[in-house]
Write a protein that binds this ligand. Structure first.
Ligand SMILES: [Zn+2]
Length: 355
């Protein structure tokens, strides 16, 4: 059997009318991806496939996106984002045999039939993820009658509070403390969103073949680098050959840290200066910043900056990175990591219990 050992929350930074509002470069997949990344943090070494049950309304990328995000084989199942579906999914996975499993649920205003109410503690757009691990001990996380008539996210927040009050063995990570006060926290982001979901009408820029996009995902989504055992140098992005000594037979894959990178250079891209694949973004949201970020000593990556006004980020600032929408191409959204202001919740911090 399995038991829930960790629950992560992700609440977007933007707010409107006391509710969290996802940014224009977020969708149900990126919300889910951030919650999954937080709940899975530090558990990358274990072999074998991961079962992922996704509750909500998702684009097709959800079928393969978690595998690319975790660098692991995943078996994905999906269901509507209701509390009763969540209770059912947890019950099935807790009773099942095998390796670790993740249950992730998303509330997003555009897609969710049952919105999270402000009474639940997390108001508006949000994602929660449960990590279940094999064990022979401990009691299951039961939702019981609390599950009725709510969204999966709202039910999770209520359940998490009662767990915390009862001295839970479960670790809670992420944005639980942003809960009820989310509306007063930051009113910076404009509420009007251009989701550009009508992909057919969005002009597409410089053609980037899907095969190349997929090939680069390990470096782009997981910051995959390679350490050469012969000369001890690190090559990033990974090239399957050491950039220092040229050997290809002694490379060990490593992931550079997603969070806490330092801004080495930053510039604002004004209208007209963007690569053409970002034309629609600039037309909808205006100028954006691009930062050169040092992830580890000597390991740098160029990232678009989001969740902060252009011109705000400075050299020397530290940033986290999150998966976001980049641009539409060939009838789908392409995704990649962007730099965001360092989170007080994040995936690195110690366990927090809901207030
Ligand atoms: Zn080498």
């Amino acid at each position: 059997m399995r038991r829930v050992v960790r629950v992560a929350a992700y609440v977007p930074a933007g707010a409107s009318n006391w509710a969290a509002v996802a940014a224009s470069d977020e969708d149900s997949f990126t919300l889910a991806a951030t919650a999954v990344e937080r709940v899975w943090s530090g558990r990358r070494a274990e072999p074998g496939p991961i079962l992922v049950h996704a509750l909500g309304d998702f684009p097709e990328v959800v079928e393969w996106g978690f595998a690319a995000l975790l660098g692991r084989e995943t078996v994905v199942t999906r269901s509507p984002g209701t509390a009763s579906q969540l209770a059912k999914a947890l019950e099935e996975l807790e009773g099942g045999e095998g390796g670790p499993a993740i249950v992730v649920a998303v509330d997003l205003a555009e897609t969710s039939a049952s919105r999270t109410s402000s009474k639940s503690g997390i108001a508006g757009d949000a994602a929660v993820a449960f990590l279940l691990e094999p064990t022979e001990s401990a009691a299951p996380l039961l939702f019981g009658k609390h599950a009725a008539g709510r969204s999966a996210v709202a039910a999770t927040v209520r359940r998490a509070r009662s767990e915390a009050a009862g001295g839970s063995r479960i670790m809670f990570v992420g944005d639980w403390d942003r809960g009820a006060g989310v509306g007063s926290a930051r009113e910076a982001k404009p509420a009007g969103r251009d989701r550009s979901d009508n992909l057919g009408t969005v002009s597409e820029g410089a053609y980037i073949p899907r095969a190349r996009y997929l090939e680069n995902l390990p470096s782009r989504w997981r910051f995959l680098a390679e350490v050469c055992e012969a000369c001890h140098r690190t090559t990033f992005p990974s090239r399957r050959v050491c950039r220092n000594c040229g050997r290809a037979d002694s490379l060990t894959p490593v992931e550079l840290p997603y969070n806490g990178g330092r801004v080495v250079a930053v510039t604002t891209v004004s209208a007209g200066g963007q690569p053409t694949e970002f034309d629609a973004q600039v037309a909808g949201s205006g100028p954006y910043d691009v930062a050169l970020v040092e992830l580890a000593r000597g390991m740098r990556v160029t990232l678009q900056v989001t969740d902060i006004a252009p011109g705000t980020l400075a050299v020397g600032d530290h940033v986290d990175t999150l998966l976001r929408r980049l641009y539409p191409m060939e009838g789908e959204w392409r995704y990649g990591r962007k730099a965001v202001p360092v989170s007080t919740a994040g995936s690195r911090g110690p366990a927090k219990t809901p207030a």
